[in-house]
Design a protein around this ligand. Structure first.
Ligand code: CP
Length: 330
């Protein structure tokens, strides 16, 4: 992987697998008693979030710190954006302070790509409008692979508000590129006008597909992006498309239940279902830190050759947190 990370479609299958393989190493680093390595010492990563976030912002910040990068966090609510400063002037101002990477979230599709044209720093898309959320897809693919060994041939249902979901767009591209068979499950009003660009099936009935799924991926009802009533009521949506306890009982015993968060418990997923052992929602969050470490390392670090063998922190080339002799090796 090189350049920026703006969309999953920019990555080949080999590049997707490279991120997942490097994530294995970052999971091992994250499990150490002191989960910190000097790989990005001297580099500066700035978080530029124009839209709310809990998981993505905190996990990028944690990832950068675990790699010993310096971090800057930009809070729009207390910045000169409120005095009318443009995105371009903001990025040029931050770049003047000396930065190596910008992690950006914006409510408008395409803003990360636009910023990439204005800065010499590496740009990582942390979610833009309905368009893309590539690191979410990478952490989702990693979480599935950690349970199944591979996505090849898996049957993955993506259920709910596909129309407004950048997570769905990135997940569809990542899962199909890695060999999975994806079925979108939603009422017609919550699907985009055309799904022709994707290699997916479509069903308007969760009950029809539930028993065949290896992974049931629930999407949040994104009411903040809806300008019209696209479902008669949330109650009716839950009755037809919610993963209720009764529906979860019909999933295969090894089927994974996933959700990108934040969840609307009781709407797209029953509260009790979200807490079942095969619901891997908090695993997704934990893997998000390691995946983002891998992305920052691959975009800013010395290269994959500097990685130690997975799971063997004592081997030659593996750095411990206080090891200053192997500076660039996780
Ligand atoms: N999944 C996700 O993007 O969550 P946040 O909005 O909390 O970052």
């Amino acid at each position: 992987m090189k350049g920026h990370l703006l969309a999953i479609s920019d990555l080949t299958r080999a590049e997707l697998e490279e991120v997942l393989d490097v994530t294995d190493t970052m999971v091992e680093v994250s499990g150490r008693s002191i989960p910190k390595v000097p790989a990005l010492r001297g580099r500066t990563v700035v978080s530029l979030f124009y839209e709310d976030s809990t998981r993505t912002r905190l996990s990028f910040d944690t990832a950068a710190k675990r790699l010993s990068a310096d971090t800057m966090s930009f809070a729009v609510s207390s910045s000169s954006v409120n005095k009318g400063e443009s995105v371009r002037d903001t990025i040029e101002t931050i770049e003047a302070m000396g930065i190596d990477a910008v992690v950006v979230r914006h409510c408008s599709s395409g803003v990360p790509a636009q910023i990439a044209a204005w800065t010499n720093a590496v740009v990582v898309n942390a979610g833009d409008g309905w368009h893309q959320h590539p690191t979410q897809a990478l952490l989702d693919a990693y979480t599935i692979r950690s349970h199944t060994g591979s996505l090849d041939g898996l049957r993955i249902g993506i259920v709910g508000d596909v129309k407004h979901s950048r997570v769905a767009r990135s997940d569809i591209e990542a899962f199909t590129a890695l060999g999975a068979h994806v079925t979108l499950v939603a009422p017609p009003t919550l699907l985009p006008p055309s799904v022709a660009p994707w290699q997916v099936d479509v069903s308007h009935s969760l009950d029809d597909v539930l028993g065949e799924l290896d992974v049931c991926y629930l999407l949040r009802m994104q009411r903040e992006r809806m300008s019209e009533a696209l479902v008669p009521s949330l109650r009716e949506y839950t009755a037809l498309f919610g993963l209720t306890s009764a529906r979860a009982d019909r999933l295969g015993k090894d089927a994974l239940i996933m959700h990108p968060g934040p969840m609307n418990r009781g709407v797209e997923i029953a509260g009790e279902v979200a807490d079942r052992p095969n619901a891997v929602i908090t695993e997704q969050v934990a893997n998000g830190v390691a995946v983002r470490m891998a992305v920052l390392f691959l975009l800013l670090g010395p290269g994959r050759h500097a990685l130690p063998p997975t799971g063997d922190p004592s081997s030659a080339g593996a750095a411990s947190a206080d090891d200053t002799t192997t500076e660039e090796r996780p």
